[in-house]
Design a binder for this molecule. Structure first.
Ligand code: FMN
Length: 365
């Protein structure tokens, strides 16, 4: 990598190029994708949600099954790469603590945690101080609260902060109104505001808290733009779906390739957060008030009330991951319609790094 594109330093963990592949649940970012990304020098992130479906763990309860599946996935990833790997464990998961224990036992390099405020995370990981802790936030208020509580209670600061804006894939930390009305430059505003918080805490504690921008970042020019704004790296999800190594079915990837701008819609998900998806007949039925009868098998998200929701989000996403779109839909970022081919991870990462370097060569950091 040339000097123009700095590496991302997360408490001594060097990521080069400075790209994190966002954790994508229900086995969209499984061992194959994560190892392929980490093998390029970027950081691969294994998602924990849905790990109980990674294999046939017949006869086990959901907590046991998820922990076992997660352990198996971490081990499979480790076997395929020597480089650092991270895991994504959402705070809203009912078995958050049990999954954290697996991540600690398996000595992952970093834990990324959003979908709620990971205020107690340092106390849950205190026996493994070498594991980097990276919260995901969507406001400067959340960033400040985490820094304040972590430094006061645990004498610790985040090793990095991921700032996820309203164009991101996955569940969004905004109201529906904010998602619909925010300007396209909202992520730039959030990154600038959050840099003020991290600079303040960094100066007081003689350290640097890297800020990582996420949501709608599509090409190397976008990466260069956020680096110039002061971010230390980016997290990208959508671009990594259309890779050969992504663990989702070919049908899932084709949903992205075939999507037109007007197909990308935002739903209020059963877990009471907005979720951007690629529309299809199933989505239209849901939007028209239909409900799919189901029995909750997963009890996966604390914010879900199964008896009051029209469909099971875990089952719906699992169906999509397996290519069953008559009863599933693909979550995506706002730029999914711009993806037009499926490529090897190495080719994608090289292209992103080259484009970022080109953009920085005409206007260096
Ligand atoms: C299919 C899909 C699944 C996702 N699952 C999760 C998840 O389980 N946990 C999480 O914190 N973020 C999740 N995300 C968000 C990504 O990690 C990432 O931050 C986001 O996709 C960045 O926006 P982009 O897709 O525009 O690049 C998901 C995104 C997608 C597209």
């Amino acid at each position: 990598m040339s000097n123009l594109l700095p590496s991302l330093d997360i408490g001594g963990l060097k990521i080069s190029p400075p790209i994190i592949q966002g954790g994508m649940g229900i086995m969209v970012s499984g061992p194959r994708l994560v190892a392929a990304v980490s093998n390029t020098g970027a950081l691969g992130v294994l998602a924990s949600v849905g790990s109980g479906e990674a294999s046939d763990y017949e006869g086990m309860g959901v907590v046991e099954r998820s922990a076992l599946g997660f352990r198996d996935m971490i081990r499979a990833t480790r076997e395929a790469t020597q480089n650092p790997i991270a895991v994504n464990i959402m705070c809203a998961l009912t078995h958050y603590v049990s999954l954290l224990k697996v991540a600690i036992d398996e000595r992952v390099d970093a834990i990324i945690s959003g979908a709620g405020l990971p205020l107690k995370l340092p106390s849950l990981v205190e026996n493994a101080p070498e594991i980097k802790l990276i919260p995901i936030v969507s406001s400067a208020r959340a960033a400040r609260l985490i820094c304040k509580v972590w430094s006061a209670k645990y004498s610790r600061l985040p090793d990095a902060l991921i700032v996820e804006g309203p164009l991101a894939g996955g569940h969004l930390g905004f109201t529906m109104n904010e998602v619909v009305t925010s300007p396209l430059s909202e992520l730039e505003r959030l990154v600038t505001e959050i840099l003020e918080v991290t600079n303040e805490y960094g100066q007081k504690n003689n350290c640097k808290i890297p800020v990582i921008a996420a949501g709608g970042i599509f090409d190397g020019k976008d990466i260069a733009r956020f680096l110039k704004l002061g971010a230390s790296g980016v997290q990208m999800g959508t671009r990594f779906v259309c890779t050969d190594e992504c663990d989702a079915s070919i049908e899932f990837k084709e949903e992205y390739i075939n999507a037109r701008p007007e197909d990308i819609v935002v739903l209020q998900s059963p877990v009471k957060m907005p979720l951007r998806v690629i529309s299809n007949d199933f989505v239209k039925k849901i939007q028209n008030g239909a409900s799919a009868n189901f029995e909750c098998r997963y009890h996966c998200l604390a914010t879900c009330e199964p008896d009051k929701t029209a469909y099971c989000i875990a089952k719906t996403l699992l169906n999509a991951q397996r290519g069953h779109f008559d009863s599933g839909f693909a979550p995506c970022g706002a730029n999914a319609h711009r993806v037009d081919k499926i490529v090897p991870v190495r080719e994608l990462v090289d292209e992103l790094a080259r484009e970022a370097e080109e953009a920085l060569s005409s206007s260096p950091l």
